[in-house]
Every structure is written in structure tokens, then in C-alpha cells.
Write a protein that binds this ligand. Structure first.
Ligand code: MEV
Length: 319
């Protein structure tokens, strides 16, 4: 018997980095771009194959998982949660999410793997427990994660997220047409987060003001999403990008894709996630979608995806 599990990628609409310091942020699941885990029973050891992540097969014998390896830690914590004394089986990870690109690859792979490991033992993990474990693994990826990535990926719902606060799901009034454009530059969130921390130590007042301005943007953006005010939402996203530039987490490649999207008629555009590389997101009206896509490709984007968030399904289109 085979088991199948998956989890989506994510995009942060606004509030990244400031969210690490307790301010709110908004994220949406990218349901059309997923990490998947396919498992089957086998004797003695648990073997995880993850070629898409550029990793050699990983073998876990008994209950001896490696706390420093994200896949091993995820499998081990899940087995513990479902009461499996020793691990066995074969799991193959397949991911459509580029690594280190701000789209939540780490959290999505962890969530899919956790679900598959649980299923191999005939169990299903409640989202609340899965979220807690994926957060533990995120600490290996990100150092001091806020918890937004694991939350949006595990619950697969648009979220208004605040550290240590109860989950708030947002209702998207009119569908959001989001274009994602990849700079092709891999960038580790952990490094960008560490640099923002250093900046906050060096210039606490200025950095604190930037975080507060981002927090104000996020609050208004939530209102716009819930009321369907997409023009204003776009303007807020672009203003958020400027504040992320001030936090030093943008890059020439990200800025040039943001400019290209705006010149082609996007309602707003910004980097999404840790920054320095990875993806930008552009909010578009239906009639500018093609121009924005073409312009992003002409500006050097390595991949352009369209995600329709808020149409209420786990099968939103991406192409
Ligand atoms: C990463 O997707 C978002 C950051 O705010 C880090 C975090 O919240 O853990 C940059």
C-alpha cells in the first residue's frame, strides 16, 4: 500500500521580517505549487529519497534520527508523536518548489513528510500538532523563525499571523491574481534574518520605526483584502517593498523585477519572503496579467508563475 501526502508553497503578501519582531504579517498558500511525499512500508529502516532537494538517500535506523538534519528530525518527531517505537518504510519526496527562493519549500517538504510518516503508521496528525513539529524543523532552516511559514503551509489558508497569537484566517473578498517571478538567485532566509537582527542592534530606533510602518501597512492590507480594495492593496505592497529595501533585504535583481512589474501595469509589487534573492510577487488586475508576465520574463526572471488565491479551492491554477 502506498501513502500520498502533500503541502503547498506560500507567499508572504506583506509583513515579512517585521513579523519576527512581533508585528503582524499576511501570507497565502500557493496551492498549485506543492511538495509531495509518497511512502510505502518496508522492513527495518526508514529511507527518505529527496533527489529534488539535491540530497542523497537518508537512512534512519530504529529511532535514531539526526536532530541536525531537517528531514531526519521531521521524521523522528512525527514517529514519536504517533507512538512509533522504531521507524521503517520508504518515502520519496517530490517538490515543485524551488529551494531558498522565499516560497516556503522547507516548511512544505516538512509538512508533506510528516503527513506521510504518520500515514505509514496508520495515523493522521491534527494540523495543530503538525504545525508545532514543522516549526521545530523551521528552526534548523531559519534560526529564529516567526512561525508564519509553517502556519500557512500546514493550514493551507490565507492567514493574518502574529507571533504567539491565535491563528486568524482571512477571507479574501475578490480573488487575488498574484504573479510570482523568480530572480533565480538562491538566498538563505536565515542569513537575511540575521542581517536584519544586526541592523536592529546597530540602529534600534530607525529599525523599530520601519517595523512599525510595516505593521501599519499590514493592518490596512488586511482591511483591503477583506473589502476587495485591490488598487489600495497594491499600493501598500509597493510601499512595503520600499521598507524592505530600507531593511537591506532587497537586491538589484529583486528591484529590477519589481520595476518591470510596475511598468507593465501591476497594481503593486514587492519581494516576498526572506529577500536578497528568491521571488517577487506582483498583484495584477486581469487585463494586465499577460503584460506583467511578459515584462518579468524580459527583465530576466527565471520562472514566472500565476497563482489565483482566494477562489476557495486547493487547486488554484499555476502555470
Ligand atoms: C520568511 O518566509 C519570512 C521571514 O519573516 C522570516 C520569518 O518570519 O520567520 C523573513
Amino acid at each position: 500500500m502506498e501513502v500520498h501526502a502533500s503541502a503547498p508553497g506560500k507567499a508572504i503578501l506583506c509583513g515579512e521580517h517585521a513579523v519576527v519582531y512581533g508585528l503582524p504579517a499576511i501570507a497565502i498558500p500557493l496551492s498549485g505549487i506543492r511538495a509531495r511525499a509518497i511512502g510505502k512500508a518496508s522492513a527495518d529502516t526508514l529511507t527518505i529519497f529527496a533527489e529534488d532537494l539535491g540530497q542523497a538517500p537518508l537512512r534512519i535506523v530504529g529511532d535514531e534520527y539526526d536532530r541536525a538534519n531537517p528531514l531526519s528530525l521531521m521524521a523522528g518527531l512525527t514517529a514519536k508523536l504517533v507512538g512509533a517505537a522504531s521507524m521503517s518504510g520508504e518515502i520519496r519526496i517530490r517538490s515543485e518548489l524551488p529551494i531558498a527562493s522565499g516560497l516556503g519549500s522547507g516548511a512544505a517538504v516538512s509538512a508533506a513528510l510528516g503527513r506521510a510518516v504518520a500515514q505509514l503508521y496508520g495515523a493522521e496528525i491534527p494540523d495543530e500538532d503538525l504545525n508545532r513539529i514543522v516549526f521545530e524543523v523551521e528552526k534548523l532552516h531559519h534560526g529564529t523563525p516567526s512561525g508564519i511559514d509553517n502556519t500557512v503551509v500546514v493550514y493551507e489558508k490565507p492567514v493574518y499571523f502574529r507571533r504567539d497569537a491565535a491563528l486568524e484566517v482571512i477571507t479574501i473578498r475578490s480573488g487575488l491574481r498574484i504573479v510570482l517571478a523568480d530572480t533565480g538567485v538562491a538566498s538563505l532566509t536565515r542569513d537575511a534574518v540575521a542581517d536584519v537582527r544586526a541592523l536592529a542592534r546597530k540602529a534600534p530606533k530607525r529599525t523599530g520605526r520601519i517595523f512599525d510602518e510595516i505593521g501599519t501597512i499590514v493592518a490596512e492590507a488586511r482591511d483591503c483584502i477583506e473589502r476587495g480594495s485591490l488598487d489600495r492593496l497594491g499600493a501598500l505592497m509597493t510601499a512595503n517593498h520600499e521598507l524592505l529595501q530600507a531593511l537591506t533585504v532587497s537586491s538589484p535583481e529583486l528591484d529590477s523585477l519589481v520595476d518591470a512589474a510596475m511598468k507593465a501595469g501591476a497594481l503593486g509589487a514587492k519581494l516576498s519572503g526572506g529577500g536578497r534573492g528568491g521571488n517577487i510577487i506582483a498583484l495584477c488586475a486581469e487585463d494586465s496579467l499577460c503584460d506583467v508576465k511578459d515584462s518579468l520574463l524580459a527583465a530576466g526572471s527565471k520562472q514566472v508563475l500565476v497563482n489565483g488565491a482566494g477562489h476557495g479551492s486547493r487547486d488554484d491554477d499555476s502555470d
